[in-house]
Design a binder for this molecule. Sequence first.
Ligand SMILES: [Zn+2]
Length: 284
Amino acid sequence: MNWLSLAQNLPLGRTSRCDCPECGEGTNTNAAILNHSTRGYSLFCHACGYNPFQDKGIQTLDELKRLKELNEQAERYTDKNVRVPSDVTENIPLAGRLWLYNAGISPTIWKEYNVGYSESLQRVILPVYGSDGELIWYQGRAVHEGQRPKYLNPTVPKDGRMFVSCNRTPISGTTTVIVCEDILSAIRVGKAASCLNSDGNKYIGVSLLGTKLTTESINTLSNAKRIISWFDADAAGSKARAELYKAVGIFTTVNSIRSERDPKRYSDQDIRRYIEGALNGGSI
Ligand SMILES: [Zn+2]
């Protein structure tokens, strides 16, 4: 039986496992997760990342009403105290887990970074900690079809707050900082580059939590031995790359990586290859 028929036989809201039709047919490895959600049927393979989705078509009126309410609630969202929603748990439902898996974030990694889920917001919560381990920011990421906006943040000025993949490591003359837009990319880049540490130089991934630089973030980043910018391949990313170069280029060495996809969409090996390429001569 093919994966779609298996998924169609699942009760709504249930998951099960099967061999991946792309990389494991008949192996009994059960590397793939099947899911039957309100939106459709999907499969996700842990081994090769194969992730087909079959839309069920029109959503029911109830579902549309619920989505509308959820999005209206998100528009009214306020948090002036930078506190994660009180209902955040470690139990991340499939939609959230798939979003994390698709970015190469395994359960071990999301637990390490205290990634959680808020049932009331229906979002994955990504906390951001300062150098003393205190919560300084968070993002609530939409993971459901049609859910808006993509991110919910505390409703206070962000100032120079950044996500640092290794938040206890101060940015100094022995750190090479790879500056990304989003948190998951910063985590992936920090992990992939950690084995490059052998030259006595620490590599850390930083997310600007967007593309905007502030005086504070420029001051912090200026302390690095070297900066490698790795922004998304769009107009906002190009602007951020130019601004970062202009702001810190007189204090420190700046290289840039240009890639078709976000850093989090690459394998660890490819991430290292991009970084080494940048170290050996500018932009790729
Ligand atoms: Zn597979």
